[in-house]
Ligand binder design. Structure first.
Ligand code: BGC
Length: 346
């Protein structure tokens, strides 16, 4: 069967190659790949700057945003052949730490967690894979291909959950949310904000293409104002660009009691001068909270699945801007103007 593999640390080592069928030890549920979403992390792995193969193996099978169909499942379990499923990316560390021990692997404390297609575990860019039942989440079959959006949705479901948990430290009655970046994560974060009945504002530098209309269709407001000139005093900010200049501007412009979630992974090395004393003063005197958020546990996948199930399908389908067959995967790794989410199909 086919698998898209890389040699972690080696730029341009991506190949579509023949590999063995998944081993029974990988899990009792056999899944046929239907679709795979491509994100910045995949491009980082292909560029050689991130990723780790399973111990003792030269290659890593890529792919962590998945959608598959169950071919074989153990009798009497929750899953049946034909179910549409998404694989949970992160698995608990082997110690396990206090969080992994209770299923909160997204908050792993010792960093020894593994991630399918990213860190120490093969991913889902292969015709078939096996997982344990607890590593899979069923998606509404009516979503079709749109189920591939579950993994990024789980990431924003976690971000929202943590925003709300932090907000509840005092009276919590948020009205406005600012999302920086209208990529897939930003748009899905905006969707979840709109589903909460909030006044959602999305800031992006792109003035044309599909993004403004997508934001509009959520009943949200799209802005292309330069981030440093943007004034909103939002109760919640979800920063999804990871761009140092945007991060710095967001951190300098917080409202009183604001909860700011940093959800964009940036590349190190680009320095931006900030007045840390002034920032610290503002955050302390205003009780602001700035926190980072990554990954998701089962609860977040389930929240994400519920959010997708109730979202407007026509809107969701506008996020899948390119579908590329696995044989042409290299085209999916290219970034093109007007791309939102590129999906590889099997
Ligand atoms: C994935 C997360 C993962 C993170 C860091 C992201 O692209 O969506 O599940 O934890 O990369 O590896």
């Amino acid at each position: 069967m086919r698998a898209l593999t890389v040699e972690p640390g080696v730029a341009g080592s991506d190949r579509l190659r023949e590999v063995a069928e998944p081993h029974r030890d990988e899990g009792s549920v056999l899944v046929a790949a239907l679709a795979l979403g491509i994100c910045g992390t995949d491009r980082e792995i292909v560029s050689g700057s991130y990723g780790e193969a399973p111990p003792g193996q030269p290659h890593l099978v890529l792919g962590h945003e998945s959608l598959g169909r169950v071919l074989v499942a153990p009798d009497g379990g929750d899953l049946s052949p034909g179910d549409q499923v998404v694989g949970i990316v992160r698995r608990p560390d082997p110690v396990p730490c206090a969080n992994c021990a209770v299923g909160e692997w997204d908050m792993c404390r010792n960093g020894r967690y593994t991630e399918h297609g990213i860190k120490g575990l093969h991913g889902f860019a292969r015709d078939r894979y096996r997982l344990r039942p607890e590593g899979l989440v069923r998606v509404d079959p009516g979503l079709g291909d749109l189920g591939v959006l579950l993994e990024p949705t789980s990431v924003v479901a976690k971000a929202w959950e943590h925003v709300e948990r932090i907000g509840e430290r005092a009276v919590w009655d948020p009205r406005t949310v600012l999302i920086t970046g209208a990529g897939p994560v930003g748009l899905l974060a905006a969707l979840l904000g709109a589903q909460r009945g909030l006044d959602v504002h999305v800031l992006d530098r792109v003035a044309d293409g599909p993004k403004p209309a997508l934001v509009d269709a959520l009943g949200a407001t799209y802005h292309t104002t330069h981030v440093e000139e943007f004034e909103l005093d939002a109760d919640v900010v979800i920063e999804c660009t990871g761009a140092p200049a945007v991060v710095a501007a967001v951190l300098a412009g917080t409202a009183r009691n604001a909860v700011v979630c940093l959800a964009g992974v940036s590349s190190p090395g680009r320095r931006v001068a900030v007045d840390l004393g002034a920032l610290n003063r503002e955050w302390v005197l205003e009780n602001d909270v700035v926190f980072g958020s990554v990954n998701a546990n089962r609860r977040h996948y389930e929240a994400g699945a519920a959010a997708l199930a109730t979202a407007d399908r026509a809107w969701l389908s506008r996020l899948l801007t390119r579908k590329v067959p696995i044989e042409s995967y290299a085209e999916a790794l290219e970034r093109r103007e007007d791309d939102i989410k590129t999906v590889v199909s099997f």
